[in-house]
Design a protein around this ligand. Structure first.
Ligand SMILES: *[C@@H]1O[C@H](CO)[C@@H](O)[C@H](O)[C@H]1NC(C)=O
Ligand SMILES: *[C@@H]1O[C@H](CO)[C@@H](O)[C@H](O)[C@H]1NC(C)=O
Ligand SMILES: *[C@@H]1O[C@H](CO)[C@@H](O)[C@H](O)[C@H]1NC(C)=O
Ligand SMILES: *[C@@H]1O[C@H](CO)[C@@H](O)[C@H](O)[C@H]1NC(C)=O
Ligand SMILES: *[C@@H]1O[C@H](CO)[C@@H](O)[C@H](O)[C@H]1NC(C)=O
Length: 822
């Protein structure tokens, strides 16, 4: 009772103190100014204006911050002129000008209103906009001055990025110099008005990345909506003779979302998560090489999912082949055949593009695509054209004059069409190639006829045999047709291999060719007749991988193409065999290099770091960038294969699940995966999401750093598993003790520590706390600051290997298939 009483007194005192130190105002008028220590609060309570000192800085700044997170400052008035002490006063003059005065009553900063008011009042709107208006004006939107016209580094909802063409006001964003110094840094984001207006990110006077022009639906450089907030953000691009700007609104006003340009020049979209009280990265611009402005030079396209990432457009060749072949692409490509101009050039159509730099473009909103073609042909310096508005029914003509630069190729399904001008003889050349095929037509006809008869015959035989098989309860399927039917998109279908071919290649599945034993059956090395090496996964008849998993793997992997995913060459379904044929990976799998003593000697830190980045990008592709959203569900060291150059390739998609783009988690009654890599919510409740893959990724990282298996880890001092061990060392501030000795010699301490930090973030217990893969990729490749990790999930299970899995097995009808780590 006594304790309660004193607690109450304490609480009372505390609240009394906090009220007495900060007075909250709702307006500033000529007769009521605001001093350091006081705050101006917005009507709905979302934002506050007051004085603050960022980070380690001692200077006092006037700024606006979120009520939910006072550390997050969205606007600063005196960016370049901090006050030396806490004697600052914000006043509004009788004329309606905001002035910030220091102790000697000198003006340190002032607003810039040109018109005067009879009854000036300054208020903070609930959007975070600091305004000055005439209190006697009945129109609530008539502002004499507003902070939204003078942005800093944050684009809030309803803020405009772009121009008022009548007054000449240009609203653009400057990054902070450092996190401790709000003065304008090197980077800015602005609307470039040369040609068709486009949003660009600049370092000084140089463009570093191009968000691109608006195409009616999105910026051409960013055809994806933000990862998690697609239904909650509405975009608008206004473009007419008086104004050109971009803005967005939140459809759900209870959420907080902001774009920032950070001091390293990266644009990020961040969402406030109330439950964890932190900002989650929803969106990052400049996430890969192709985002660098004109990375591949003129007349090229950049495609991050193939290697080399730069390629000349058709009809163009590298300008300096030597540089080009050694990976220096910035010189770009030049025409093989010069344009003839008058005597009829033509156009080659490309799809899935980010449109080239529009600073030397011309546009006409009223012209259609057909007219556009003609307009371009009629002007010798016109190099390409495109549709201005790709919405359904949208028209408009966009023409380019001069070099085509900064084009990127997106995975199919996004991006837009571009028509590139080439000489008629070049077109002839390309047409000839197809004619060449036509000439063979009679031959093709004959062989087709033979083929047709053959197919019919084979079909008949198969049909009869199939019937026989079916009567024995075995169903035969065709990889390439049966269940890919629903997707008629022009993907490459995996070819069907004949069982005899596969048997011959593997020397009749001889044990000397066996590479290893997977969860679902053995894997063999094979050599096809031409000498090509393959890996053959033969699913054992009584394995857990049934027809469902087999189909799943074939369908998924046939549609995925990324340099960090293993490539399926074909499959074979014959008699009772189910066989998958992959490209052969000479360097086996990652587990050999991290757990085997011989392997460990070969894997030095730079390669290790390269592998980590590759796995992260492969996973990001699965989660976000491919047209399907895919959860792998069985990510582990033995499923990471390595090619000749030690590039990692994620393999084994038997358990992978696809998601709709609006779905972010699923639930299953059949928990399958590998002990030691499964996240708690998946193993216990069967809930899987992209965050359960993130967990497995974190485990792999910790295993790579410590070169110990999470499963089977033991330590003389405690009963924790590897995750627990890493956590203890982290909180005891001895993180380097986790790093394996063999790795320490070759490593860069800062990189290793960063990887460890990221790993701990990935294995946090609560899925929402774990970063998304796009954050992980960013965290690994830049020096963005990282939040402190919280306690990992499943970190004690070594001592209690049976629970909680087994208790769950009894209490709920969740069946669990644990695959032993190989
Ligand atoms: C107040 O501001 C003026 C002008 O910026 C400056 O010259 C003066 O030194 C400042 N006074 C103090 C006490 O900081
Ligand atoms: C204020 O306006 C003047 C003239 O209109 C202009 O030269 C000056 O740059 C403006 N200052 C700011 C901070 O916008
Ligand atoms: C503004 O309104 C107040 C009363 O609401 C009045 O006293 C004042 O004269 C008005 N000022 C002007 C400039 O109209
Ligand atoms: C071609 O277009 C350019 C750029 O718009 C223009 O300056 C030039 O006059 C045009 N030439 C012809 C022949 O129309
Ligand atoms: C276009 O190409 C020419 C010749 O290669 C080069 O001098 C010029 O800088 C390029 N312009 C742009 C905008 O890339």
């Amino acid at each position: 009772m006594q304790a309660m009483k004193s607690l109450f007194v304490c609480f009372f005192l505390f609240s009394f103190l906090s009220i007495s130190t900060t007075t909250a105002l709702d307006t500033i008028t000529p007769s009521r100014s605001m001093r350091d220590g006081e705050t101006l609060v917005s009507a709905g309570g979302s934002f506050q204006l007051g004085f603050f000192s960022p980070g380690k800085s001692k200077g006092r700044y006037l700024g606006i911050w979120y009520y939910v997170d006072i550390e997050t400052v969205v606007w600063v008035a005196n960016r370049e002129t901090p006050l030396g002490d806490s004697s600052g006063v914000l006043k509004v003059t009788e004329q309606g000008v905001l002035v910030l005065l220091n102790s000697t009553n000198m003006i340190v900063w002032s607003s810039n209103s040109s018109t005067t008011a009879g009854n000036p009042v300054s208020q903070l709107m609930d959007s975070g906009n600091l305004v000055v208006k005439d209190g006697n004006d009945t129109n609530p939107d008539n502002f004499l001055w507003q902070s939204f016209d003078y942005p800093c580094d944050t684009l809030l909802p309803e803020m405009k990025l772009g121009w008022d063409l009548v007054t000449g006001l240009d609203r653009y964003f400057f990054s902070w110099k450092t996190t401790d110094d709000p003065a304008p840094g090197e980077f800015s984001v602005r609307m470039d008005r040369r040609g068709l207006p486009q949003a660009v990110i600049m370092k000084g006077a140089k463009i570093t990345a191009r968000i691109g022009p608006w195409n009616g639906l999105s910026f051409t450089g960013y055809p994806y909506p933000p990862q998690t907030r697609e239904n909650q953000v509405g975009y608008e691009f206004v473009f007419h003779k008086d104004e050109v700007y971009y803005e967005y609104r939140l459809l759900d006003t209870s959420i907080f979302f902001r774009y920032i340009l950070n001091p390293s020049g990266i644009v990020q979209g961040l969402t406030w998560v109330h439950r964890t009280h932190s900002w989650e990265l929803s969106y990052t611009f400049q996430a890969d090489w192709c985002e660098n402005y004109a990375w591949c030079g003129a007349y090229t396209s950049c495609n991050i999912n193939v290697y080399p990432i730069c390629a000349c457009l058709k009809g163009f060749v590298p300008k300096s082949p030597k540089d080009w072949n050694s990976g220096h692409w910035s010189d770009g490509c030049v025409r093989k055949i010069p344009l003839a101009c008058s005597s009829g050039d033509g156009f080659l159509k490309y799809t899935g593009f980010k449109l080239p730099d529009t600073s030397s473009s011309w546009y006409d909103k009223s012209k259609g695509l057909k007219e556009c073609d003609g307009l371009c042909l009629n002007n010798c310096s016109c190099t390409a054209y495109a549709n201005l508005d790709i919405r359904e029914g949208g028209t408009g003509c966009l023409l380019w004059f001069g070099n085509l630069t900064d084009i990127r190729q997106f995975p199919s399904g996004v991006g837009q069409d571009l028509y590139v001008r080439v000489a008629a003889s070049e077109l002839d050349h390309i047409a000839e190639k197809s004619k060449f095929n036509e000439k063979k037509l009679p031959g093709i006809l004959i062989s087709s006829a033979v083929f047709l008869v053959g197919t019919l015959l084979i079909g008949l035989i198969l049909y009869i045999r199939n019937k026989k098989l079916r009567s024995q309860g075995v169903r035969s399927i065709d990889c390439t047709k049966d269940y890919l039917g629903e997707d008629r998109e022009d993907m490459e279908l995996p070819p069907l291999f004949d069982l005899s071919t596969v048997a011959k290649a593997t020397d009749d599945f001889s044990s000397s060719n066996k590479l290893g034993e997977g969860g679902f059956g053995p894997v063999y090395k094979g050599t096809l007749i031409g000498g090509k090496e393959i890996a053959v996964k033969r699913l054992s008849k009584n394995s857990g991988q049934g027809m469902t998993e087999f189909k799943n793997e074939v369908i998924l992997i046939a549609r995925l193409q990324h340099r960090n995913l293993v490539k399926l060459l074909g499959c074979c379904v014959q008699e009772e065999e189910k066989i998958l044929i992959y490209e052969f990976m000479p360097n086996k799998s990652l587990d050999f290099f991290i757990f085997d003593q011989e392997g460990q000697k070969l894997l030095h830190w730079p390669t290790c770091f390269h592998i980590i980045g590759g796995i992260a990008r492969g996973l990001l592709y699965l989660h976000q960038d491919s047209r399907l959203r895919i959860i792998h569900r069985d990510l582990k060291a033995s499923n990471i294969l390595l090619d000749n150059d030690m590039n990692p390739k994620i393999s084994d998609f038997g358990l992978a699940k696809t998601f709709g783009s609006d779905q972010s988690r699923g639930n299953t009654k059949r928990v399958v995966g590998t002990y030691g890599y499964m996240s708690p919510e998946y193993a216990v409740d069967g809930i899987f999401s992209m965050k359960s893959d993130v967990f497995s990724f974190g485990v792999i990282l910790l295993e790579m750093l410590s070169r110990q298996k999470n499963r089977g880890f033991s330590h003389p001092d405690h009963h924790l598993n590897l995750l627990g061990h890493a956590w203890i060392l982290w909180i005891e501030d001895k993180p380097l003790e986790l790093i394996d000795k063999t790795l320490r010699n070759s490593c860069t301490i800062s990189e290793v520590l960063r990887c460890l930090h990221v790993a701990l973030l990935c294995v946090q217990r609560v899925p929402e706390d774990r970063p998304s893969m796009s954050s992980v990729v960013l965290m690994l490749s830049s020096d963005v600051s990282l939040p402190p990790p919280k306690q990992p999930g499943f970190y004690t299970e070594r001592s209690v290997p049976e629970s909680p899995l087994s208790t769950r097995r009894c209490s709920a009808n969740t069946s669990i298939t644990i695959i032993e780590a190989r």
